[in-house]
Write a protein that binds this ligand. Sequence first.
Ligand code: RP5
Length: 255
Amino acid sequence: MMAPDVIPRTNQKQSAKGYPPRFPVEESQAAWDLPFPEYDPPEYTAVQVFEHEGEWADPADVKLVNRPFVTQTARGEVPVIVDEGGRPLNPLGRTGIRGRGLLGKWGRNLAGDPLVTSVNPETGRLQVLVIERGDSGRYALPGGMVDEGEAISETIARELREETGVDLSFQSSKVLYSGIVDDPRNTDHAWMETTVLHQHLSPAARAGLRLRAGDDARAVRWADVGELLLGSMHANHQDFVRMAMQELGQTAPPD
Ligand code: RP5
């Protein structure tokens, strides 16, 4: 399954730490082609983004960026619209903040997420391997940003190793989703896009794993897949877990 045409906007009212309050945007005011003359959001780009220009961050002047601004959709990569200053516009619509926030790249910022499931041998419940994020404390898939020149399966294996201590190969794993994520760091001009690779482990493969939280993960654990977990996950991660459940022919039990 590739990106649905419309992924739910989940986090527009949430913001990452350090962000100014977002200009209020109702669902019906989000689309860029709808007039919203009162729209006057604050401009925010974190200091560390400017400090890392030329490393993981783009130049402050968007005109110096020489890649096309595109987004991954169910129909493949499509160009995104840009504003009068040449700044790419978030495909999910207005976010209430201009600039890049904590994100280094104008337009999409690429990430990868491992979605590892297995059945708890003692309870028979479907579980997913999650971390507790260091920044927000929310449960999340142990994903991270794609390094320059890195294949997506490598990013996903590396992030899983760094954040959970688990070593798995994702070279032949199924692409569950590829496209925009409604991340709390997103702004009008910078947003996260991820590829989610799914692997379902046998009881024997699961038994051989030793979990160890690392990097920006506060904790790591196998979590029962249910409404309680799904409702407390980072960004669109609950949507990805629901897609994996569909693949496995499972429905969430009530918690
Ligand atoms: C999410 O942010 C992605 O789905 C991925 O899990 C994560 C990458 O950012 P960091 O964890 O590196 O901050 O939108």
